[in-house]
Design a protein around this ligand. Structure first.
Ligand SMILES: Nc1ncnc2c1ncn2[C@@H]1O[C@H](COP(=O)(O)OP(=O)(O)OP(=O)(O)O)[C@@H](O)[C@H]1O
Ligand SMILES: [Mg+2]
Length: 261
């Protein structure tokens, strides 16, 4: 599929590996069958206390931008622990190795741009090659968002996130090895800014409903994500061939202006 037309209406790639489609269930009219898919399980630890919240929220925000990520959800394990469960991406029995620069170039430019804008939006500085899965046809998925959003903060995690709202994000393997054109970056920026705020708020509220964040944390996440979306042009590194109209402009903080309080 080519999505060089831009916009955010691109169907995500299949975000799981189905190992078995079993017997029919129900009336059979739709061919409904039991099936089996493989999942990867991640959990919070002392060193990584926010894995489940970071993964859940990043996954839902990625979907709002049509950035492909594995299908995922929070599941309560037998001992009551919240776990992050996501579909395994592989081709048959083969896991996808970290992509080479040439493979990264197979990912359509608008998708690479969207991935960069997404990582910038959620403050993810951990986009090394092992956290991008890419097949030989240019289908790609982003995995591992534990270092985004709250990252590894143990106390006042939403306060720290809000304090970092102006921070730029560096070191993405996509920026380093397969930088998209400024035109694609502009389209991806427009795509982020077209994501309805109500949809973002709805996902944050879902995280609160699942007790992954408190009400205060939900509100600070909303303000931080709003600020970064509003100022994304000054946060994303655009190639030099693009004279940025907004260069030098001090970022506006809608929260500080009272619009989001
Ligand atoms: N959905 C997935 N499908 C296939 N493989 C996956 C998936 N998620 C993770 N992996 C594999 O497991 C590895 C570790 O997963 P992940 O990066 O999420 O955890 P991590 O503990 O934060 O790892 P690291 O610290 O090495 O980045 C990945 O580099 C990848 O090889
Ligand atoms: Mg990783």
């Amino acid at each position: 599929m080519t999505d060089d037309a831009g916009g955010i209406g691109v169907a995500p790639r299949v975000g799981m590996s189905v190992s078995e489609v079993g017997p029919l269930v129900g009336s059979g009219q739709t061919g409904a069958s039991w099936g089996t898919a493989s999942v990867l399980v991640k959990r919070n630890s002392a060193e990584h206390p926010n894995v489940v919240a970071n993964e859940f929220i990043a996954n839902r925000l990625a979907m709002l931008m049509a950035v492909p990520v594995p299908a995922g959800d929070v599941w309560t394990g037998p001992d009551g622990e919240d776990l992050w469960i996501c579909g395994v991406i592989r081709r048959g029995n083969y896991y996808l190795p970290p992509p080479t620069p040439a493979q990264l170039h197979l990912i359509p430019g608008i998708m690479r741009a969207r991935m960069i804008v997404f990582d910038t939006w959620i403050l993810n500085s951990d986009r090394h090659d092992e956290n991008v899965m890419c097949d030989s046809s240019g289908d790609a998925w982003l995995i591992d968002h534990d270092q985004a959003l709250f990252a590894r903060a143990t106390e006042d995690r939403s306060g720290k996130l809000y304090a970092a709202r102006r921070q730029k994000v560096h070191g993405s393997v996509i920026e380093r090895e397969a930088m998209p054109s400024s035109e694609h970056l502009k389209q991806a920026i427009a795509g982020l800014q077209a994501v309805p705020r109500a949809a973002v708020v709805g996902q944050l509220e879902e995280a609160r409903r699942r007790n992954l964040v408190t009400g205060l944390e939900r509100d600070r996440l909303r303000r931080t994500l709003s600020y970064r979306a509003d100022n994304i042009r000054s946060l994303v590194q655009v190639p030099k061939d693009d004279p940025r109209e907004e260069a030098g402009r001090a970022p506006q903080d809608p929260a500080e202006e009272g619009r989001l309080t």
